[in-house]
Design a binder for this molecule. Structure first.
Ligand code: ADP
Ligand code: MG
Ligand code: ZN
Length: 317
């Protein structure tokens, strides 16, 4: 059964290139030599090529069809015309894709995924949060890589600091395509400490590099780890490195923005005074780092009750 069909060169340049590559790597001579052993029933390389080319063509057609279905504005190319004939711009589908990629790279914890500026309440019983929300919106509007003053959100537990910080970076990612990173202070220090463990493959620098390099970093609950010499050194490494590289940092803390309590005085009275006073940010990260924070950030105070308690008591009324 000799084949008399002639092999048609495919129209598509890509397919033609592939076919010519296969022609080189699959010479007739080779086929002739091996078919007695392999028992191949196909008669010539043309049949192989034809089948293979048809398969490729189907795959390319399928790919083009899927791409066109994905985005009707750009047909899957990612570019669309921008006004004049010769100008093109990134299609929204690519911007959206970039936003989604950046959002998953931002490491926002699952329990804060719902947090957005748009669902942060600031009226009625939450009117005291209006200033904070305005500061957050202004921060997003005015953000540029040259304007690297961050925010220091201060307030007691449940006043919405983390919600606001997450809302800010989500907005920066989605509306401006800025790469942001979220880290819980405790989690970060734990990961760095773990990296000293021989059984953990990540090195200290591997943990720290994204923290140093993130364009905008949220460090949530600063001061939440019991202060030690190592904690202070590590926090100062992070803050100083971001400060020197002009990078923007958003910090939240439950501790009041006061200096460390005076550690002098060992009288009964001094000790009683110290014990009566609750801890401050200065106590937790040291006065030097506290004053560095003041250079890096604008302070936003968030007063009020725990938001969850307000909701609960409202539902009992
Ligand atoms: N103003 C607000 N509007 C809507 N939800 C809020 C608001 N403030 C806090 N929440 C919600 O209350 C919970 C606690 O807030 P969170 O931001 O974790 O407080 P904080 O970080 O100050 O301890 C979160 O689920 C958050 O979404
Ligand atoms: Mg919080
Ligand atoms: Zn598109």
């Amino acid at each position: 059964m000799a084949t008399d069909r002639t092999y048609e060169e495919p129209q598509c340049v890509l397919l033609r290139l592939c076919v010519s590559a296969v022609k080189k790597s699959f010479p007739r001579v080779l086929h002739k030599q091996v078919f007695p052993f392999t028992g191949c029933t196909q008669r010539s390389r043309r049949d192989h090529l034809r089948e293979w080319a048809a398969q490729c063509k189907l795959e390319v057609e399928e790919f083009m069809k899927t791409a066109a279905e994905v985005c009707p504005m750009c047909g899957g190319s990612g570019w669309k015309s921008a006004g004049s004939e010769h100008r093109v711009a990134r299609c929204e589908c690519r911007l959206k894709l970039r936003g989604e990629t950046l959002l998953s790279a931002a490491r926002i914890p699952k329990r804060y995924e719902h947090c957005e500026l748009s669902n942060f309440e600031f009226d009625g019983p939450h009117a005291h949060l209006m200033k904070a929300r305005m500061a957050a919106c202004r921060f997003v509007e005015e953000y540029s890589p040259n304007n690297n003053t961050g925010l220091l959100l201060i307030g007691s537990i449940g006043t919405g600091k983390t919600h606001l910080a997450v809302g800010i970076i989500k907005e920066l990612v989605v509306s401006k395509g800025i790469p942001c990173l979220f880290y819980d202070y405790r989690e970060l220090l734990k990961q760095i400490q773990n990296s000293y463990n021989d059984s953990v493959t990540a090195t200290e620098l591997e943990v720290l590099r994204p923290v140093f390099e993130a364009e905008v970093l949220v460090l949530d609950e600063m001061g939440a780890v019991k202060p030690t010499e190592w904690v202070w050194d590590t926090v100062s490494l992070i803050l100083n490195s971001r400060y020197n590289d002009n990078r923007t940092t958003i910090i939240t803390t439950n501790y009041p923005d006061d200096a460390a309590r005076d550690s002098n005085g060992n009288s009964e009275f001094a000790r009683a005074q110290r014990a009566a006073r609750s801890e401050t940010l200065g106590d937790r990260i040291g006065d030097r780092m506290r004053s560095r924070l003041h250079e890096m950030c604008r302070i936003v105070k968030m007063e009020g009750q725990d938001f969850r308690q307000t909701l609960k008591s409202a539902s009992f009324r």
